[in-house]
Design a protein around this ligand. Sequence first.
Ligand SMILES: Cc1cc2nc3c(=O)[nH]c(=O)nc-3n(C[C@H](O)[C@H](O)[C@H](O)COP(=O)(O)OP(=O)(O)OC[C@H]3O[C@@H](n4cnc5c(N)ncnc54)[C@H](O)[C@@H]3O)c2cc1C
Length: 370
Amino acid sequence: MSGENWVEKARLFAHDRLAPLSEGIEREEGIPPEILAEMGRAGFFGLTIPREYGGSAASAQDIAGVIAAVSRANLSVATHLAVHLSVAAAPIASWGTDAQRARYLPRMATGEWLGAFALTEPWAGSDSQHLTSRYASSPDGFVLDGAKTFITNGGRAHVVLVFATRDPALEARGISCFLVDHGTPGFSAPRHLDKMGLRGSETDELLFENCRLPRESLLGKEGEGFKIAMTALEGGRIGIAASSFGAAQAAMDVMQSHVGPDDEDWKKRALARGYVDMEAAGALVERAARLKDQGADYGMAASAAKLYASQAAFRIANAAVDVAGPGAAGRLFRDTRVLTIVEGTTEIQEFILGRRLAQADLPSRRSPAR
Ligand SMILES: Cc1cc2nc3c(=O)[nH]c(=O)nc-3n(C[C@H](O)[C@H](O)[C@H](O)COP(=O)(O)OP(=O)(O)OC[C@H]3O[C@@H](n4cnc5c(N)ncnc54)[C@H](O)[C@@H]3O)c2cc1C
């Protein structure tokens, strides 16, 4: 154990440094570079990276606490951090060769290099088994062709995990994952997407045209890409759930600062509903992160936390607009809408949970894991 109190450190940073800049980050549609540099120096970009590569290998509970604290101040900054940690650095740490880990992780741990994750395509979002981006073997490696959309930090990241299929007919079995460096010929990011919320977080379209990759760019084995993506997303769901909990706290902060003892009852009831929703979300996040730390199967807990917390955050932000008005709560309302979409929509979480719950031999049918 490093003995570092990550959550307290993140709370202080979020409160003192980030919160005052939050409205500006939305208005300017970007995160000040000095804030990212500070986060790098604080060690936040290395939380999912092993110590031998300069990270801190923090617990899932600490990482969730950090993401929640940052989200309470600003969801765009939290998204920037959470994607790098959960679906870029963590899969490289888990699936990378020694050479890949040595090349990427030390610089990702300091935040000098940022990671992105490119699964979604214009015609394959939830249905991610049916990718159309193609790769083929070449004498010196691979050639990649295709397009990705909605990729957080895709155009500015130093390394992007890109998922492509050898043959669409193979569905999940045909998918492999490649580490594509920024600046690789044939790789471009032609367009930033204009979003209703989360405007401080960059979301890009990516294009791969006759993009030649060395053999060493393959992450894991050929055909393991879908498994890499699904494992990364399972962990990432705790991150989105934690973000949602932090956003729910922020919406409660706004409501509480606008409701006093003499205010109407409907406002106090909105506070009461929000409080219960927020506490329930926090408990689900805590449980999923604890199961992950224990090395237990945490997939259902992560889906449940993501499903509930993302909806709770949007409900509370919606109530905050009623209570405090769009000036005070508008950014939260716009930012929280995306939480039910990313890393598996609400319907996809229902699908994952329903499929598992319907299994006759599921151990938790009679005594849910605690
Ligand atoms: C701000 C933002 C950042 C993102 N960042 C990334 C990123 O970094 N990397 C990345 O790879 N992707 C990213 N995404 C993409 C995101 O993961 C997808 O938007 C999401 O998976 C949904 O895919 P889709 O948009 O194609 O919607 P669709 O899959 O077309 O879904 C549309 C609607 O139909 C529902 N639906 C779909 N299939 C079913 C079904 N079988 N049963 C019932 N309902 C269904 C969905 O739940 C949803 O409500 C990002 C998206 C946004 C908005």
